[in-house]
Design a protein around this ligand. Structure first.
Ligand code: ZN
Length: 199
């Protein structure tokens, strides 16, 4: 397995492409608290994977940079003005891009609540998988996701056992990561990787 490390809120080994869509997390006794991880899916245009603009930039990366061109696809006209982001994006081939420092608040969850606490962006890390609600995710996506989550658990121990889907925290609005997402498989891999690192 690839060993990801987190240093100063950045995932070593990932491309870092800063998004303007973030702000400070609320602090408790001067420190941000990070106590969960939210899994999403995204594809642009919907259900098309690996698509890029004329410059070769992945549409999802353009979207999180506020640089999606509404002329490139009809659907983009409806979302080009949204200001959103995630901490991480994992493509179908397992490539990982970070957009927001983990210590900062990315804008991925929207109106949401988890265990009675509202505004999940305040205290979670958001991970987008390239995919949709109607397709299997790739093997390498599960592997990389589990490796990344393992690194997050070590850097932010309070996230341990607080994995959630966007649909869990915003059930009336959101369906991702969808019924094809294999939670059992992810948990098994994370458990294996956590065990490896503990030896
Ligand atoms: Zn989502």
């Amino acid at each position: 397995m690839q060993n990801f490390l987190i240093k100063d809120g950045l995932l070593q080994g990932a491309n870092f492409i800063p998004s303007p869509n973030f702000n400070a997390r609320p602090t408790i006794q001067g420190k941000p608290t990070i106590t969960g991880i939210v899994i999403h899916n995204i594809s642009l245009p919907p259900s098309q994977f690996g698509k890029t603009d004329k410059t070769g930039t992945h549409f999802v990366k353009s979207f999180f940079q506020n640089q999606l061109n509404p002329d490139d696809h009809e659907y983009f006209k409806t979302i080009a003005n949204l200001q959103v982001s995630a901490h991480l994006f994992i493509e179908r081939n397992g490539q990982v891009t970070q957009f927001v420092n983990f210590d900062d608040r990315a804008w991925h969850a929207g109106q949401s609540s988890y265990l009675g606490r509202a505004n999940c962006n305040d205290f979670t890390i958001g991970i987008e998988l390239e995919g949709d609600d109607f397709s299997e995710f790739t093997d390498v996506q599960y592997d990389v996701l589990a490796q990344v989550i393992t690194a997050i658990h070590h850097a932010y121990p309070a996230t341990h056992r607080h994995l959630m889907g966007h649909s869990d925290i915003a059930p009336n609005r959101k369906t991702d990561p969808g019924e094809f997402f294999e939670w059992g498989r992810l948990r098994q891999l994370v458990g294996e990787f956590m065990g490896d690192l503990g030896k």
